[in-house]
Ligand binder design. Sequence first.
Ligand code: GDP
Ligand code: MG
Length: 373
Amino acid sequence: SGKITVQDLANEMGKTVSEVIKELMMMGTMATINQEISFEIASLVATKFGFELTTADDSETEDEIEKLMEIEEDKEEDLKPRPPVVTVMGHVDHGKTSLLDAIRKTNVTKGEAGGITQHIGASEVKINGQKIVFLDTPGHEAFTSMRARGAQVTDIAILVVAADDGIMPQTVEAINHAKAAEVPLIVAINKIDKDGANPDRVKQELSEHGLLVEDWGGDVIAVPVSAKKNIGIDHLLEMVLLVAEMEELKANPDKRAVGTVIEAQLDKGRGPVATVLVQGGTLRVGDPIVAGVASGKVRAMINSKGKRVKVAGPSTAVEILGLSDVPQGGDQFVEVPSDKVARSIAEKRQQQQREEMLKSSQRLSLDDLFNQM
Ligand code: GDP
Ligand code: MG
């Protein structure tokens, strides 16, 4: 367990540093005033002075609780292939929403036509029997707010560029986000049905931003599509699978579930509702979880087709009910061993959050004070 400096140990016992150092020397340990000594050595010294050294109980349990939040490293042999998680990025009005709609429609069988009206912030499609997960969060948000919080949810980014408009400021931003996150990029040259469409100009402009497309001798895959007329969508999805295959995406389904909150809100009837992406392990109804400052037992899970499910493995987006509070997009969620642990971690985090808020409000009022003077 913990360590203590010679100085602190002396202070705790009301002894001088040199008395403690002398005692240490007699035990064969050379130490200086600011040196840290182990709990074991410190308790030996303490005994000599007639003290008993104990660790504080709550710090012990806090350590243990924090340990429960750590996810064990995966062993290579436990890893199984998992579907890719994709976000769509691009300049406003270049067709991100239309493309996601078109993609969603590729898979709708008659029976589940109603399913697409139920919206959970993510969708799944199957092409050639293989699953792809699409996040509806605008790509920029998915990258900026989530990455700011240490979350990486995207395996592949689709960059939508309107063929009649070319590269625009948010296109460049998207390219930079994908580069910074080291996420492979596939370009969807959209609106090729339009009169002013000029895919070659788009390719030219891409090359000016360091993206050389395949037919120009580079390695960037660019697929001409029309989200509106449903042209090239299947081809685009096949390219997603091709890139995914090269990435060799894997996860361990047989451990405590861990993942990221995609979005969350308070629903009048259902309480806090969060769409989460399971990234490792398997989440089941009844599992106790912590998500940011929220905790709870998973009461129900709803998949991207609007169906209730009991189990969600790696690369599955589900809406979950049963949380105590509304977590934030980008928060990590972790399955923990018990309800009690979940509550205690969440409470501790809420406490920390309150303290931080208090601190910043105090800073604020001091600043206000000085501004008035
Ligand atoms: P977003 O802002 O990137 O989500 O763009 P939207 O999907 O909202 O599309 C912006 C506008 O472009 C809408 O009016 C769409 O109907 C139109 N649009 C999107 N894709 C296409 C396309 O492939 N062809 C044509 N002609 N219009 C499209
Ligand atoms: Mg949109």
